[in-house]
Design a protein around this ligand. Structure first.
Ligand SMILES: [Zn+2]
Ligand SMILES: [Zn+2]
Length: 92
């Protein structure tokens, strides 16, 4: 079952070099500012959607997402967003 706590299981992947590189690219694209409030503090790169491989049932690794599914948020806006809505998961 999908829970809203999906970020937790991602933790170790988020230290992967491939993710750090992807993340750096997104931060740069968004000028190192939260796209919601323009804060430059405590930035997080957030996935707008999660994708699951239809065949294997496995979740995509965080760096395999297209840039358009990633967005820079500050911690405050990020927490707010996660309280307001659940991240949709799509089978691909
Ligand atoms: Zn913000
Ligand atoms: Zn998030």
């Amino acid at each position: 079952m999908q829970t809203s706590n999906t970020h937790g299981s991602y933790k170790e992947l988020l230290f992967d070099k491939r993710w750090l590189e992807k993340r750096a690219g997104i931060l740069k694209r968004d000028n190192f500012r939260c796209v919601m409030c323009c804060s430059d503090k405590h930035l997080i790169v957030h996935h707008k959607q999660y994708h699951v491989n239809k065949r294997t049932g496995e979740k995509l690794v965080p760096w395999d997402y297209h840039d358009k599914y990633l967005v820079t948020l500050c911690e405050k806006c990020h927490n707010k967003g996660h309280q307001l809505y659940e991240i949709p998961t799509f089978e691909i």
